[in-house]
Design a protein around this ligand. Structure first.
Ligand code: ADP
Ligand code: MG
Length: 341
């Protein structure tokens, strides 16, 4: 049996707005990441990806609230731990999180090394500056970053270099799992590739034991993560290996996200072939049945009646749709044949 680094069981959390409205942005989400493995989480903006990342660290303060479920990190159940204890004994060492737009949050008046000193000394006040410098230098060099970056200010670094600096800093305490939230979204194509390569190298170099990579671009995850989960309106709608989800998506939403694939031909870069018409539902009042029904090409009256469970499918995968695998594949095939003719 391989070692499970992170297990989340039926986690539900909510935002409570100023008007006391509940927004269930993470709704009965379960996931597992084993040692040496990476998980990609994909879905359009507003589907709950960042809320899930915040929630699975067990670090809650208003307006985010825990509702139910369990979080187990490397065998330790952290559900219900006080925020102060989470901060002291979990964040940075067990689990490290790189928030969306983290590279813009670097303190512009602080040299990179001085930021790293703060991070390390918050966990180990007895480490000397010399020891921290040696640690940072070895970490940066292993990850292909010049040690000279340590003496620079964030404003002196390019976007790609800033993001790689943020990533190196996030693993300085050797966390068991790293969650990178849209780490490459704001970058040009070359920097994107370097950031992704660096994330993949973190595990090989022993900095982390597992990785969660969040993105709104599902196709990007192929070749980057072992497994993929697709989120829609706070729920998981599809989960499986990267190969299964990218090449043989079952849920119409996952299929739709794959339709916005990047075309590799010259002059056609970054062209979105199709976007899914419509917008995700309002999470203050989610629909009674399938949450994707309003936007789904294959919708039937049954879809809108009752919540749709996550069904297990062949090959250890899962999807949340009342249509059978065969029906969905046949529909996709008909469409592809029609488009080709
Ligand atoms: N601070 C907040 N207060 C209230 N609602 C929030 C807050 N942050 C996010 N939400 C809501 O939670 C839902 C999911 O958002 P988010 O997790 O940021 O999605 P994603 O990361 O997939 O774009 C959205 O409906 C959003 O409006
Ligand atoms: Mg987000």
């Amino acid at each position: 049996m391989s070692n499970v680094i992170l297990e989340v069981r039926e986690l539900t959390t909510k935002w409570v707005t100023r008007f006391k409205e509940d927004i269930y942005a993470v709704d009965h989400v379960s996931l597992k990441v084993e040692e040496g493995k990476s998980l990609g989480i994909a879905g359009e903006s507003g589907c709950g990806k960042s809320t899930l990342a915040l929630s699975l660290m067990g670090y809650y303060f208003p307006p985010l609230h825990y509702v139910s479920g369990e979080i187990i990190i490397d065998g330790q159940n952290i559900t219900g731990m006080k925020p102060d204890d989470i901060r002291k004994s979990i964040l940075g060492t067990e689990i490290s999180y790189i928030p969306q737009s983290a590279m813009n949050a670097l303190n512009p008046t602080q040299k990179v090394i001085s930021f790293i000193e703060d991070v390390v000394q918050a966990h180990d006040p007895y480490k000397t500056k010399q020891e921290i410098y040696e640690l940072a230098r070895s970490c940066f060099e292993t990850l292909g970053l010049p040690a000279s970056v340590l003496q620079q200010y964030p404003v002196e670094l390019s976007g790609g270099m800033k993001q790689r600096t943020v990533i190196a800093t996030s693993v300085i305490l050797f966390p068991k799992i790293l969650i990178a939230d849209e780490p490459s979204s704001a970058l040009d194509v070359t920097s994107q590739k370097m950031v992704i390569k660096m994330l993949k190298n973190l595990m090989e170099n022993g900095f982390i034991k597992s990785l969660i990579f969040i993105t709104h671009e599902l196709p990007l995850l192929y070749n980057v993560t072992d497994d993929i989960m697709v989120m829609y309106a706070g729920q998981i709608v599809e989960g499986g290996s990267a190969k299964q989800v990218v090449f043989d998506p079952l849920h119409p939403y996952a299929k739709g996200l794959m339709g916005s694939i990047i075309v590799p031909e010259q002059g056609q870069r970054n062209v979105k072939l199709t976007a899914i018409p419509g917008v995700p539902p309002n999470l203050k009042k989610p629909p009674a049945g399938c949450r994707f029904a309003e936007r789904c090409k294959y919708v039937r009256p049954d879809c809108k009646v009752a919540p749709v469970p996550l069904y297990s499918a062949n090959g250890g995968r899962a999807y949340r749709c009342i249509l059978s695998e065969e029906t969905l594949r046949a529909a996709y095939l008909r469409e592809a044949q029609r488009d080709a003719s």
